[in-house]
Design a protein around this ligand. Sequence first.
Ligand code: 9MR
Length: 370
Amino acid sequence: MKTMFLGVTLLALVAGGCGSDRNVTSIPTVKDHFKDSFLIGAAVPVPHVSGLDPKADSIVSLHFNSVVAENCMKSAEIHPEEGRYVWEDADAFVKYGEDRGMVVIGHCLVWHSQLAPWMPYGDDGKYVTAEVFKERMRDHIHTVVGRYKGRIHGWDVVNEAIEDDGSYRHTPFYDILGEEFIPLAFQYAHEADPDAELYLNDFSMAIPAKRDAYVRIIGELKQRGLRIDGMGMQSHIGLDYPDMGEYEKTIVALGNAGVNVMVTELDMTALPTVKFGANVGDNVNFKEDQNPYPSGLPDNVSKEWNDKMAGVFELYKKHSDLISRVTFWGTYDGMSWRNDWPMHGRTDYPLLFDRNYNMKPFMEREITQN
Ligand code: 9MR
């Protein structure tokens, strides 16, 4: 099922960790290092795309060959009122990726969170009928996908549709249209850009019931002849979760289901586990004792974090025949959503580059020694 998208890029001259350090040495970039295995992606926020974070830009331009929109393509952002689309940020994001020759990923078409507030409701404040909602969904998907036809390599079509127990999540999409909302979304996306890859995407994919539900849904989409190219395992993980044996089983099960496996939102908290998964609504009050490293990660925790991440990448390399892309949900620790979830105002260390834009040791070792 896997195809590689990019040609070879050259060894680059990089500055140490690539941010502040002026010591120029010749080491491979992350994207070059994995060029025969999988794409290396990053989620980028609007300030980064609009030039307000030049150091993050240099990291992404140098080390990554794929980008995904962190927020600007979600329906609440891009289609805040019926018939009114806001294209500025999404246009800039797509151009950003194109200018750098990257594989550009669209995120996301159908999601209950950051859902355009008007979309499921009528003037009476109640849900619209299935017919009306289908039409709104069709119009939204056709308009957004159609605008970037031929420029977006693949779309997260349906995001977070399934609960951890394998049942359908109760969202306006499910409550109005039932299970049919998934095939419909895939149908509409394919109509709008027949060449675009189309993906499912969810968190906590190591949970067997959730894995099984997606394997079943992928089978059903395929049976109906609908296009489905990949499944995103978001991979918002921690030092003590998920069970890596189950996580590996999911990689294999999705591969066996006949889709590309994508690690779509990788980050690993270094902080005490407060909540698993990535339910954006799962916020709890700040507690000082749950924020143990406000001024830096102690060496032993940093070692634990780097060792675990090295193991995670060993797993990705082992299954590189099934995995087509590994995307981090951001670039450097200072800008990660995990600083504010599930507790606002913690200091976390979840990404590939630290707050000074230096590459984390596990990756530096990987690309210089392996
Ligand atoms: O990183 C995103 C953050 O800036 C937003 O506030 C949040 C709001 O819903 O969404 C975050 O991204 C989410 C992604 O779109 C879907 N999977 C979970 C991600 C983390 O919440």
